[in-house]
Design a protein around this ligand. Structure first.
Ligand SMILES: NC(=O)c1ccc[n+]([C@@H]2O[C@H](COP(=O)([O-])OP(=O)(O)OC[C@H]3O[C@@H](n4cnc5c(N)ncnc54)[C@H](OP(=O)(O)O)[C@@H]3O)[C@@H](O)[C@H]2O)c1
Length: 243
């Protein structure tokens, strides 16, 4: 199948679509004519995102950690062409020996299990020509300070991509692995510390800047639109993993 320039009439679900990379991915899907359902846990964040997007957008309040809710949500969809999973649960960051083992379990609870639940139940209703694209993270393949636990989660998710892409074929399954990206996920960090972290990362990234959500969204769209891409973990990190 050639690269699809239009997604008009196709249905998509973006888990974590009310913010950051998920919201930017939803915008890119809307721009190509897709119908988008944004999923998140917070109704007013979803309403704000829907207003910002315009287009054929609906919302669903759901915590993907709740398997029964996720199963009911996906079963209730008439058809699903594209599933994007980009939720960010809390992660325990810090030096490995200082993060309690429970912190690692919490990180799996915050990201791995909600992703797996969305992928499992989403795969069951994905159309024959459908795609699944998950957002993992550079910590799976590079030394990212303080992020060994998140690296374990992202690595576990990426470890499923090749097998799923064969099992679910002709549906296509890919991951996009961002480097540091300027999203609301970092808004809890005091401004001064966050800006210093951004500047330091930009200085050591070949393209000389950190990522914007739109950068990652375009990588997600490439996975959706290019009918010859499957089983891929696509880095989107400005070359940071190479230095
Ligand atoms: N930003 C970065 O630097 C970066 C780098 C590498 C990888 N990533 C990965 O990219 C993904 C997206 O990150 P982001 O930076 O775009 O985060 P973000 O701006 O904080 O957005 C996270 C989204 O996930 C939703 N969400 C969180 N937990 C959920 C759950 N259990 N069920 C349903 N929705 C849930 C949030 O809405 P509610 O809270 O209202 O539910 C929000 O819409 C994450 O997996 C992250 O690990 C990010």
């Amino acid at each position: 199948m050639p690269v699809a320039t239009s997604l008009t009439g196709q249905t998509s679900v973006v888990i974590g679509g009310s913010s950051g990379i998920g919201l930017a991915s939803a915008r890119a899907l809307v721009d190509r004519g897709a119908m988008v359902t944004l999923v998140g846990r917070t109704e007013d964040r979803l309403a704000k995102a829907k207003d910002a997007l315009g287009g054929a957008v609906s919302t669903a309040v759901m915590d993907c950690a709740d398997e029964a809710a996720a199963a009911a949500f996906f079963e209730g969809l008439p058809v699903l062409d594209h599933l994007v999973v980009s939720l960010a649960g809390g992660a325990s960051l810090g030096p490995f020996t200082e993060v309690p083992v429970q912190g690692v379990r919490d990180t799996f609870d915050g990201k791995f299990w909600p992703y797996l639940i969305a992928m499992h139940h989403g795969a069951m209703v994905l159309s024959e020509q459908g795609t699944m694209t998950i957002v993992t993270g550079a910590s799976a393949i590079a030394a990212v300070p303080q992020a060994s636990c998140l690296g374990a989660v992202n690595g576990a998710l990426e470890g499923m991509i090749k097998t799923l892409s064969v099992e679910l074929a002709p549906r296509r399954v890919n991951a996009v692995s961002p480097g540091l990206t300027d999203t609301e996920a970092w808004s809890r960090i005091p401004d001064e510390i966050r800006e210093a972290m951004y500047a330091q990362s930009a200085a050591s990234t070949p393209v000389g800047r950190i990522g914007q959500p739109e950068d990652v969204a375009e990588a997600v769209l490439a996975c959706i639109q290019n009918g010859f891409l499957t089983g891929l973990v696509l880095p989107c990190d400005g070359g940071k993993r190479l230095v």
